[in-house]
Design a protein around this ligand. Structure first.
Ligand code: ADE
Length: 317
């Protein structure tokens, strides 16, 4: 039963020992981990070729197995950027909607903690709710709405694991201000502010999925103060903060919600629409997985450049 099974600290320690045993000494103590969301795994290809170790999630003891297409699952260890900063890259993640428990969804984050990670950069693909956002925009998260958590689906529910942190951790400072400031500086340094790409700060609403939001849910989330919505990230961030890891998180906007009243399609409107108008109306703002992956590919390069610049600037401190 749950009480007698080894807790997440014991399992994470076992996994970290296995992972370390596969690594050369120079990669055994990464202080930085990066979680690559849907279509954002390209960062793994920019790692120095030597030394570089890849471990498929399926080969790692206690790791959850990812089941979504476009989310290859591997742990990649290597050095990144001009200063050859040792990093642990999580390419692909376990989502709650796959049926994993919150314990499994956040397990890799805890392995990172045991490996000595002090800072984690989490990326994801998300839906835009803020009406100023466009597909391809990058959002540096400054807060979240843990909708699943507020109703009891929470990664820290259950006996507190003292080895990681306290029973009642604060989250008011979850999104590290210093790292956010560095982000804006890195953005300017890269000249990305002079390009089409746009960087915002915003609030991420975590939903369990796997359905995308209805129009009414989009309006509700927007009214509640969310700028983007997605099915990941928040559980990992909570577990990271519990364990005292500094957090920086980015959403790539891969689709935008239609929030205008007109999209509500009241009865008379629908009755007088032509078939073509109806088709257009229904496809407007409809999120789909292909669109998510495509927008990810386009904007991923800028996001990667941004992350690398931040890593490089962090190294200099
Ligand atoms: N991931 C990408 N787009 C999303 C959306 N609209 N809602 C939830 N998760 C998403």
């Amino acid at each position: 039963d749950a009480q007698s099974a080894p807790n997440a600290y014991a399992r994470a320690t076992e996994t970290a020992q296995y992972v370390r045993s596969q690594l050369p000494e120079s990669l055994q103590n990464p202080k930085l981990a990066i979680v690559c969301g849907s279509g954002l795994g390209g960062l793994a290809d920019t790692i120095e070729p030597e030394p570089k170790i890849e471990m498929a999630y399926g080969t790692i003891p206690n790791f959850p197995q990812s089941t979504v297409q476009g989310h290859a699952g591997k742990f990649v260890f290597g050095q990144i950027g001009p200063q050859k900063t040792p990093v642990a890259l999580l390419v692909g993640r376990a989502h709650f909607y796959e049926g994993h428990t919150m314990d499994l969804v956040t397990f890799a984050t805890r392995v990172c903690k045991v490996l000595g990670v002090e800072t984690i950069i989490v990326t994801n693909a998300a839906g835009g709710l803020n009406q100023n956002y466009r597909v391809g925009d990058i959002v540096c998260l400054n807060d979240h709405l843990n909708l699943a958590g507020l109703v009891g689906i929470h990664p820290l529910r259950g006996p507190n694991i003292e080895e990681f942190g306290v029973r009642f951790p604060p989250l008011s400072d979850a999104y590290d201000l210093d790292l956010r400031r560095r982000t804006h500086k890195a953005w300017v340094k890269l000249g990305l502010d002079q390009q089409q790409r746009r960087l915002h700060e915003g609030v991420y609403a975590f939903v369990a999925g796997p359905t995308y939001e209805t129009r009414a849910e989009c309006r509700m989330l927007n009214m509640l103060g969310a700028d983007v919505v997605g099915m990941s990230t928040v559980p990992e961030i909570i577990v990271a903060r519990h364990a005292g890891i500094r957090v920086l998180a980015f959403s790539l906007v891969t689709n935008v919600a239609v929030l205008e009243a007109g999209s509500r399609g009241n009865d008379t409107e629908i009755q007088t629409m032509s078939k073509a108008e109806l088709t257009a109306h229904l496809s407007q703002g409809k999120a789909n997985h292909e669109e998510v992956l495509e927008a990810g590919r386009e904007a991923a390069k800028d996001m990667q450049a941004l992350v690398k610049q931040i890593v490089s600037d962090l190294h200099e401190e």
